[in-house]
Design a protein around this ligand. Structure first.
Ligand code: C2O
Ligand code: CU
Length: 573
């Protein structure tokens, strides 16, 4: 009798262990159309049975709805801050004007509504929104005031890809989180040992046995993930942060740092009944990355409490896929091509900037931060760069600190041109807005600052490890408008310069009197966009061809010696 009770006890214990408590993955609600109402709530959520955890949520208890945007739509967002704190909401990855960008200057005081509106100019991809209040970003984002954005466009719509949200197309918001004994969220410590996906701990997802799309977002404060599938099954990356890749890239591992997104396809065909874990193979992360066995390079470089966190340097599941029977009309193939990315040629760069990351403290505590960009800490009152509208620039990022930093820039998507001296691997060759720069490494990217100029509008660039960002590893730039837009017309005095005819039909002659040479001529259209730039003219006369341009008003800006002449010309076809 005693013996059989013991056996029964063992059986119960064993089966309890096998039926490891698994929770159905939460799929965020969706909002679509052209008006979006987002209510930032100070609320609570049950992550652990029997415990109520204080959280922030957007329209719900934790995290927020997925926003569906269509390229070309003009949208209006109403962000109602119902928190006790002033905060901001930033549309991470979207190309919007600075006043709509939701950076640290665009504050939303408690109980007020911020109403940005803009045209969606972005390529189909997965983006996200999150708070960006200076010194508070980590707190507000970690408590949960964040969500995903899915942009659709006609190129993506024409491809045979899974796109039934919650059926064969799933957002996976990946976060590591730290909880205290009362299951309250702890911000800024190295005990982020709980993984959650869409706010679900220990999640499983019934996944149909066909090609399924996952939109991965690393929304952790600090942790870098080395994503893969149990059994080293391969998967295909189809999109980077800001758009489709040229073609799917077959991978078994994908490193994803905070702020980065990747869309992947997994072919579960014929796997009905199997359970497959989505993993982070952090044992393979090289030292010098938050999440590896050692977060720093070099002896003694560590973070208090880091070695006690069982996730560091270990392989662990993020969630599991329980493969079920396919849906009707499943996608069963991986497309061979996706889109055409055309990075700006390196030779087209108008300017170069170098940004060097260093720790404030030298020695063993260097890794604990704070960190500096070009020896300065973020100052809301200082504009670190003035960038002329339409500049194409190459930025060189050099990490002279002992820990890897995921660098993010607002306003633009960029193309990586070099990582440690070589071209990026194919899965990093698409449109990006975050790039991980490892200790000792140099990364270069090329981008263009187009569409928006505003001499008062600040765009951020920063490390997306939120502790580093809050501690000042951030800078800001403005995109300056061409001066000729502000100056309607300046008389060209003393007949030093002749511009004729005016109005013109196709060609405009520019002639300096007295053999003075012209160095450059820029022509701007009425919107302020520079349409022509001719450098090194070194003659006292030249002809500018406006054959391709529509009728309208154009501004000529002529540089000669140290003089600048501006003149308005009408073009009548
Ligand atoms: Cu994801 Cu400046 O932010
Ligand atoms: Cu950093």
């Amino acid at each position: 009798m005693k013996k059989s009770l013991l056996i029964l006890g063992i059986l119960i214990f064993v089966s309890f262990n096998n039926l490891k408590a698994q929770n159905l993955l939460a799929i965020p609600d969706t909002l679509s159309g052209t008006t979006f109402n987002l209510n930032l709530l100070d609320t609570n959520n049950v992550f652990f049975t029997g415990f109520t955890t204080n959280t922030f949520g957007v329209n719900t208890n934790y995290l927020g709805p997925t926003l569906f945007l269509n390229q070309g739509d003009s949208i209006q967002l109403n962000v109602h801050n119902q928190l006790m704190d002033t905060t901001t909401i930033h549309w991470h990855g979207l190309h919007v004007s600075a006043k709509n960008d939701g950076g640290p200057h665009i504050v939303i005081p408690p109980d007020t509504i911020w109403r940005p509106s803009f045209k969606v100019r972005d390529h189909a991809a997965s983006y996200w929104y999150h708070p960006h209040m200076h010194h508070m970003t980590n707190l507000h984002a970690t408590l949960g005031a964040a969500g995903m954005i899915i942009v659709r466009d006609t190129i993506e719509a024409a491809l045979t890809l899974p796109r039934k949200y919650g059926v064969d197309d799933f957002p996976l918001v990946l976060q590591s989180k730290s909880f205290d004994a009362n299951k309250q969220i702890v911000v800024h410590d190295a005990a982020d040992s709980t993984m959650m996906v869409n706010g679900t701990i220990d999640a499983y997802l019934p996944t149909p046995a066909q090609v399924v799309r996952f939109r991965l977002l690393n929304a952790s404060s600090e942790r870098i993930l080395n994503i893969g599938l149990q059994g080293n099954l391969s998967f295909y990356q189809i999109a980077t942060d800001g758009g489709l890749l040229n073609a799917p890239v077959q991978l078994t591992r994908l490193m994803l740092s905070p702020g980065e997104r990747a869309e992947i396809l997994v072919d579960f065909s014929g796997m009905t009944g199997q359970n497959i874990n989505l993993m982070s193979f952090a044992s393979e992360l090289p030292n010098g990355i938050y999440g590896a066995l050692q977060p720093g390079m070099g002896a003694g470089q560590t973070i208090p409490g880091y070695t006690l966190n069982p996730l560091n340097g270990a392989d662990f599941p993020l969630m599991s896929f329980s493969v079920v029977t396919p849906t009707t009309n499943p996608v069963t193939t991986i497309p061979s091509t996706l889109t055409t990315n055309t990075p700006w040629p390196i030779a087209s760069a108008d300017d170069f900037r170098t940004l060097t990351f260093t720790p404030v403290n030298m020695g063993p505590t260097a890794i604990q931060g704070p960190f500096l960009i070009n020896n300065t800490t973020y100052n809301m009152g200082v504009v670190n760069y003035h960038i002329p509208l339409d500049n194409i620039e190459i930025w060189t990022l050099t990490n002279q600190s002992p820990i890897a930093h995921p660098f993010h820039i607002h306003d633009v998507q960029f193309y990586i041109t070099e990582i440690a001296g070589v071209a990026p691997p194919p899965h990093l060759a698409g449109r990006k807005d975050v790039v991980l720069v490892r200790p000792g490494q140099t990364v270069k990217f090329i981008t263009k600052f187009e569409s928006f100029c505003d001499s008062m509008g600040m765009y951020m660039y920063h490390c997306h490890m939120l502790t580093h960002e809050d501690d000042g590893m951030m800078g800001q730039f403005v995109v300056d408008c061409p001066t000729s837009v502000n100056i309607d017309e300046i008389n060209v005095g003393n007949n030093e310069l002749l511009i004729y005819p005016n109005p013109a039909a196709n060609q405009v002659s520019v002639k300096m009197q007295k053999e003075v040479v012209i160095s450059s001529i820029a022509v701007y259209d009425f919107s302020g966009k520079r349409i022509i730039f001719e450098n090194n003219i070194n003659h006292n006369e030249t002809v500018i061809n406006l054959q391709e341009q529509p009728s309208g008003i154009y501004f000529f800006e002529i540089n000669s010696n140290d003089k600048v002449f501006r003149k308005k010309i009408s073009l009548i076809k």
